[in-house]
Structures are given as C-alpha cells and as structure tokens.
Design a protein around this ligand. Structure first.
Ligand code: AMP
Ligand code: ZN
Length: 497
C-alpha cells in the first residue's frame, strides 16, 4: 500500500505523490510565542511529529519547516484586536523580543519532553521581514492589492478560488458577513498584508517598506518563509482546523496570487483537543482552552500532577488526529497506566531476550519471522492509512504480548515501531530493569542481591581494567547460579533465569 493522506483541499483521502520522488517537503504553522503552549496546541505538534516520523519511516528524505510567530498575530485571526506579542510585552514591562525568546525556549522545552523531533528549519517572522516585503511586492504587481487608511490589503475579489480550502462561497459569505471593525476593507474577507502606523501607533517593531514604515500582517509570514525554504511549490502544509477558514485560506490567496501557480498539494489539519465537561477536569476553568484568555493547561501542569510528558503523548496517539479528543484526568490516568503496562511488557521481553542469549537458548535473529513481519506490515499499513496511530499502537501492544514471537524479534519490532511512536520504550524498559535491580539490593528482599551486585561491580571494574578473563569468569559464575546479566547504557542489570 502507498501512503494515503486526507487532504482538506478536496476533502478526500488521496495517495501521497511527492513533487520530487523520494522527498517530502512540509511546513507546519508554528506557535505564536506570547504565552506558554497549551496542551491543545501541543496536539498540533505531536500530530506534525507523527507525520515527520512516518515519512522518515517510509523512507522519504524530508525537509520539515516551522515558523515562530513573533510579530503581527492579532488577537483575532481576521485583523481585529491587539497584537498578541505587544500586549504581553506591555503587560509584563518587557520587550517583545524578550517575551518571544522566553516563550520560544519554553515551547522547545515542551517539544523536547514530548519527544517531538525538532524541525529541520525553524524560522522566526522577525528575521524574515525582507522576504515578506519581496513577496508582497509580487502580489501587488499582480494586481491583488489596494491601500486604505495607510494599510495594504489583499483584495479577495481578484482571486476567484478564494475560500476553496474551507469550502467557502464568497457570495454566501458576503451575505452573512461578520461585523468587521476595520472600515478600510472593501470586502470583509480582505486582509492586511502590511500595516503602517495607522493601526497601532506604538508598535514596538517596525520596518521600512514601499508602503510606509510598519509591520507585516500575520498570514504573509507563512507564505514567505515556507517558499523560502521549500520552494514555490511544496508537498504538505499542516495546522489545526481553526486555521482552515482564515489563516490558511489567506496564505493560499497570497502565495498563489504572487506566483500564479498552485502552491501546496496536500493540506492536513488536526482536530481540536477539548476539555471534557466533567467537574474534575474543568480544573483550569470549563470550556474551550484558549491561550489569549489564559484559561488552559500546560504540559508542565500535567507534570506537576505526577504525569510524565510521554503519558500525554501516549494519550494523543490513542486517537486519530482528525478526531476531536476530550481531555480528562481519568483519560490521562488511563494513558499513564497503559503506557506503564507497555513498558513493563517490554522490560519482560528484554529480560527474556538477555536470558536466551546468555543461556545459549537463542541468538538474535537477523531475519524476522513471517509472524513478526505480519505485525510490522499491520503497523505500516495503519500509518499509511492517513497516519492511523491508534491502530499502529495496537499492533505494537499486541506484538509485545505474543508469546509465539522470539523475544529478540519483539525487541527489534519495538525498536522499529518506536521510531515513529517515540515513546522511548526500550530506554524506559531498561531503566525499569535497572531500578528493579537496585531496589532488590537496597530493600533486602533478595538476600543474595548484595553479593550479586558486588560481583557485577567487580566485573565492571575488571572490564574497565581490560581484565576480560576475570569479567567473563564472573559472568559465567553468575550464569551458573541462574543469574542473567544485561549490559545497558544505564549499566549492568540482572535477573534470575
Ligand atoms: P497558535 O500558537 O495559537 O498559533 O497555535 C498553534 C497551533 O495549535 C495551531 O496549529 C493551532 O491550529 C493549534 N491549536 C490551537 N488550539 C488547539 C486545540 N485546542 N487543539 C488542537 N490544536 C490546537
Ligand atoms: Zn501559518
């Protein structure tokens, strides 16, 4: 089977055919760094990470680009309200760039804890204003703009396919138009490409431009930066579903208005994470999570409650990215327990595998059996079916329980599958074995444990001193007593056979 992705543009599952065979270029709208990311935002990046890792797993040579919005994003996506960055800077008495740096660092801290691979290119809006100005010039030269009240607007009436992504009909939209406070707009769906001081007198960061000293509208940054790093046409663009009707719709109009050709082939959008309406989970205040209202849960607040960041990743993988997910503490407990059980299973398999190697009962197999292959096929097919992580996860969970698979095969399956799921399963399972070993020594539950531990330490010292004969002697002695050793990056752990 080939990779199939649900394309918002056209609303159907389509085979993924990259522009350049074997390569995949994609752009995900990054965070607006005026506050911590909430766990809903982080869902968008876990989804993006699954796309990134799946494409890599399937053998594509990927280029993953993400922006950091540090200017121009107003509290309303359609040019209304205050600039989010400027407002926070004012409230805190800090500069916009200080605020941006603080929350960018916090964002990457969260990303790292969730095992989200860092994008190949991370680009800040403030560092790409000249690229935006050049792009706006092309849009203007193609007759898509007008100036009013000192701002430069995109005239949506000049772009006939405006709204195709969202399935919007411009005439219907006009009829039921939202009340728009910007009276400069000819059409309520026109949007700002360049603001001058006419909108905000005290904007902290301004640049010279052909339209006056000012700053770019929010949407243009994504068009300019994605094209800079991925070319004028690229494969995939992602974001949350809230971006479909305004931000991505406007990005398409600008980009295609500038180049005159199709811009992005596949548009992928993740559904929202919502707060379940039970009393307990209304913790941060009931209703929709929102960065601007400050009513939200951060990853740190989950960690403070005793969850591991990977419990949250596991929780998200249990749902398809196109399904809405309701967050609740009960669901988090479920995820935490299920992840723990999975790590315990993997630890058991690791111990069995070490035992087989040392007792000579089995050697790591190079070629997987047909049975192991079937699990891998199931896993791959799930991901190829529009990144179906619940089914992929379930293939892994079933494989680790399958007593008919050789333990070495299970270890190698876990390794392959975890390259996409990124739950650190082998690392955590080894840690669990090491912790169990240490606990047996300290709690005195195993009278022989202290002596075994002393021998293991002697063996480690012997290996360090290159006295391999003594090291082997100790291993043989312990094996003879039914003690199985496994050397892990965290040190040597042991189990009874
Ligand atoms: P922002 O930092 O506000 O620009 O949002 C970052 C990303 O999070 C965007 O792709 C949004 O579409 C996405 N997003 C915002 N809220 C949620 C939510 N509750 N669930 C899932 N994704 C969200
Ligand atoms: Zn964007």
């Amino acid at each position: 089977m080939a990779l199939r992705l649900y394309n918002t543009l056209g609303r159907q599952l389509q085979d993924f055919i990259p522009i350049h065979a074997g390569k995949a270029g994609f752009y995900g709208c990054g965070p607006t760094v005026y506050n911590f990311a909430h766990i809903g935002n982080l869902r968008a990046y876990v989804f993006l990470d699954i796309l990134d890792r799946t494409l890599t797993y399937l053998g594509y040579d990927i280029t993953h680009v993400m922006n950091i919005t540090d200017i121009g994003h107003l509290s309303g996506d359609a040019d209304e309200g205050e600039d989010k960055m400027v407002k926070t800077a004012k409230d805190r008495g800090q500069s916009v760039l200080e605020i941006a740096q603080f929350y960018t660092d916090a964002f990457f801290g969260d990303i790292d804890r969730l095992n989200i691979r860092r994008p190949d290119v991370v680009c800040k809006a403030t560092e790409h204003v000249p690229d935006m100005i050049e792009l706006i010039k092309r849009i203007e030269a193609n007759g898509h703009t007008y100036t009013a009240g000192g701002n430069l607007y995109f005239d949506v009436s000049t772009f006939p396919s405006y709204g195709d992504l969202a399935g919007l009909n411009l005439d219907d939209l006009k009829a039921g138009a939202r009340i728009d406070i910007d009276r400069n707009k000819r059409n309520p769906f026109d949007f700002v490409l360049w603001f001058t001081k006419s909108k905000f007198e005290n904007q902290a960061l301004v640049w010279d431009s052909p339209w006056g000293r000012g700053y770019p509208g929010w949407h243009i940054e994504c068009s300019a930066m994605s094209m800079k790093y991925l070319g004028e046409q690229f494969d995939i663009h992602t974001g949350g579903i809230d971006h479909i009707p305004i931000h991505h719709t406007n990005e398409i109009a600008q980009s295609e208005g500038a180049t005159g050709k199709k811009w992005v082939n596949y548009w992928l959008h993740n559904e929202f994470l919502v707060i379940a309406k039970d009393k307990e989970s209304a913790d941060g205040g009931a209703g929709k999570m929102s960065k601007s209202s400050g009513n939200f849960l951060t990853l740190q607040s989950l960690v403070d409650k005793g969850y591991d960041a990977l419990d949250y990743r596991f929780f998200l993988l249990g749902a398809h990215y196109r399904s809405q997910v309701a967050f609740s503490w009960a669901a988090m407990d479920g995820a935490k327990n299920a992840r723990k059980a999975l790590v315990q299973r993997v630890a058991k398999v690791l111990a069995r595998s070490a035992e087989r190697v040392q007792t000579g009962a089995g050697l790591p197999t190079k070629k997987p059996s047909a049975r192991a292959h079937a699990y891998l096929d199931k896993f791959t097919a799930a991901l190829e079916n529009d990144l179906a992580t619940p089914q992929a996860l379930s293939a892994l969970q079933t494989a680790v329980k399958d007593a008919e698979l050789a333990p070495e095969e299970v270890v190698s399956l876990v390794q392959r599958m975890d390259s996409v799921l990124a739950l650190d399963l082998l690392k955590n399972a080894r840690q669990l074995l090491a912790d169990e070993t240490a606990a047996a020594v300290t709690d005195g539950s195993d009278p022989e444990a202290k002596e075994i531990q002393a021998l293991i330490e002697e063996r480690t010292a012997a290996k360090k001193a290159k006295n391999y004969a003594r090291a082997d002697e100790i291993r043989t002695e312990l094996n003879g007593r039914g003690i199985i050793l496994e050397d892990t990056p965290q040190g040597t752990v042991w189990k009874r056979a």
